[in-house]
Design a protein around this ligand. Structure first.
Ligand SMILES: *[C@@H]1O[C@H](CO)[C@@H](O)[C@H](O)[C@H]1NC(C)=O
Ligand SMILES: *[C@@H]1O[C@H](CO)[C@@H](O)[C@H](O)[C@H]1NC(C)=O
Ligand SMILES: *[C@@H]1O[C@H](CO)[C@@H](O)[C@H](O)[C@H]1NC(C)=O
Length: 466
């Protein structure tokens, strides 16, 4: 394994050995107001980001800039335009689900730190005037707002009946009953602080969230709460959520948040690893849930149990992509920053130590991936919501004859995804769905990718000086 620093020891080499190809960043949103989510369905109520939350994300963006966009950093991304956003190099998606603006706004704040305004963002007009961009050369970075109703990739767990069933089975399990016994006394001590909220272990995420929000924003509450209670509630809520958002089986329903986001993650890592593709910095702004599945599915939480806990606000995973000097297969390094008070730490995964081949990650998770809306509808047994209604209607409307005539040459669904589709559907109907949905543009997860591919350099940037 060749580390990035070995290439820096030879600064006179030109061209330098390609080493640091780019990074995929996954963050949890910043501090927000109160929030409630149903303990069975995980349907959520709206909330808003706070001034503290915007500051946390902005500082995270500045920190990421110091690592990846500073030419004297060992992890400077080779060939990246650090001065002005090159929209072919940077690709951002934000979950627009249960927490509504919080996750999107977190992305905006992070990007303001990552790509600060640059007074050289200007251009010469035909009449001789030089015009500087708004707000002192503010860098506008497109953010794809990922609506759960149109794209299941970032919130695979909502409107998913087998997920609800699994949660209820967990609540009915012997393990859960034992934890209830162990925690009963603590929960009864917490009751007076919970303002009438249901004091049950099932409701543990909401209990923790409430006291966390109050501890940060309510001085009287913070003074009254005994000093260990917040940490105790965090530990219990983490145990609860790890069990909800992971599964003993890689392809278990508890891992659905990871199984739906991983196809996007893997394709972005492959694009970064492909030096003829311009993408260098991909960023997804998320809720805490996919972090559990990702740390479970990659084995990272097994190797480092502290990764089986709720990631604090403004935590970040950085999946760094390196190509060993002299060629060789691209390697992935898993770095994680545990909220605002800590720095990035490298974690082991896939039962190995340090960097692992991208291909090993792909091979490991491949059997569990949910690669398309159709596959998600089958896994979640849903015929109505999140694009499944259109699939069902397409299947119902298509006649067998039309189907045979319209059979597409390429099915944009992997054999893995197709394997889920057996239940209740004939092959003929499935083919009809593909035909109609390909036409409607509904089938692919992570739809922004094709949009990005169509982008060209903007003529307004012609005056940019790096
Ligand atoms: C040049 O064009 C810009 C944009 O239309 C305008 O704002 C500016 O006043 C013009 N300058 C002169 C000297 O005409
Ligand atoms: C994933 O989480 C489940 C609990 O849901 C656990 O049983 C399993 O051992 C974990 N797998 C790994 C690889 O950590
Ligand atoms: C992150 O911080 C929390 C405390 O806020 C701690 O309990 C947890 O173990 C830390 N996780 C990691 C991976 O360091």
């Amino acid at each position: 394994m060749i580390s990035v620093s070995s290439s820096r020891l030879q600064p006179s080499l030109w061209p330098p050995p390609i080493s640091f190809l780019g990074v995929l960043i996954l963050t949890r949103h910043g501090d927000r107001a109160g929030f409630y989510q149903d303990p069975e369905t995980y349907d959520a109520t709206a909330t808003v980001i706070t001034p503290l939350g915007t500051e946390q994300e902005f500082q995270l963006g500045q920190h990421l800039r110091s690592i990846y966009l500073n030419s004297s950093s060992p992890s400077f991304i080779s060939g990246v335009n650090a001065s002005f956003v090159d929209q072919t190099q940077v690709y951002v998606r934000a979950d627009a689900g249960g927490e509504l603006g919080v996750i999107y706004d977190s992305a905006v704040a992070l990007l303001q730190g990552l790509f600060p305004a640059n007074a050289n963002y200007s251009s010469d007009l035909a009449n001789g005037t030089i015009i500087e961009g708004a707000l002192g050369g503010y860098q506008y970075v497109p953010i794809e707002s990922v609506q759960p109703s149109e794209d299941v990739s970032l919130e695979g767990y909502t409107s998913c009946a087998p997920f609800v069933t699994a949660n209820n089975e967990f609540y009915a399990s012997a393990e859960f009953a034992q934890k209830q016994n162990e925690s009963a006394e603590f929960l009864s001590l917490l009751r007076p602080f919970l303002d009438g909220r249901p004091v049950t272990l099932e409701n543990m995420y909401n209990i923790y969230d409430f006291i966390n929000v109050q501890s940060i924003h309510n001085a009287d509450f913070s003074k009254a709460l005994p000093p260990t209670f917040l940490a105790q509630a965090y530990t219990l809520a983490s145990w609860h959520e790890y069990n909800i958002f992971t599964s003993p089986q890689l392809d278990g329903i508890g891992n659905i948040a990871g199984r739906t986001i991983l196809p996007v993650i893997l394709s972005e890592l492959q694009e970064i690893a492909n030096t003829s593709n311009p993408l260098k910095l991909a960023y997804q702004s998320l809720a805490y849930k996919p972090f559990f599945s990702l740390f479970n599915m990659t084995g990272a939480a097994e190797q480092q149990p502290e990764l089986a806990e709720i990631v604090p606000y403004a935590s970040a995973i950085a999946l760094e992509v390196r190509e060993p000097a002299g060629g060789g297969e691209p390697m992935i390094r898993l770095n994680f920053k545990n909220g605002t008070g800590s720095d990035f730490v490298t974690y082991n995964f896939l039962n190995g130590t340090g960097d692992m081949p991208l291909q090993a990650l792909i091979d490991h998770v491949n059997p569990a991936l949910i690669n398309s809306t159709a596959a998600w509808c089958a896994v979640c047994n849903n015929t109505q919501d999140r694009g499944c209604g259109a699939l069902t209607a397409a299947a119902a409307n298509a006649s067998a004859a039309a189907v045979l005539a319209a059979t597409p040459r390429h099915q944009p669904i992997s054999p893995v995804g197709a394997g889920f589709l057996g239940a209740g559907l004939t092959l003929v109907v499935v083919l009809a769905m593909f035909g109609v949905l390909m036409f409607m543009g509904l089938l692919t997860i992570g739809r922004g990718r094709s949009r990005r591919a169509g982008r060209t350099a903007s003529p307004t940037n012609s005056n940019e000086k790096a």
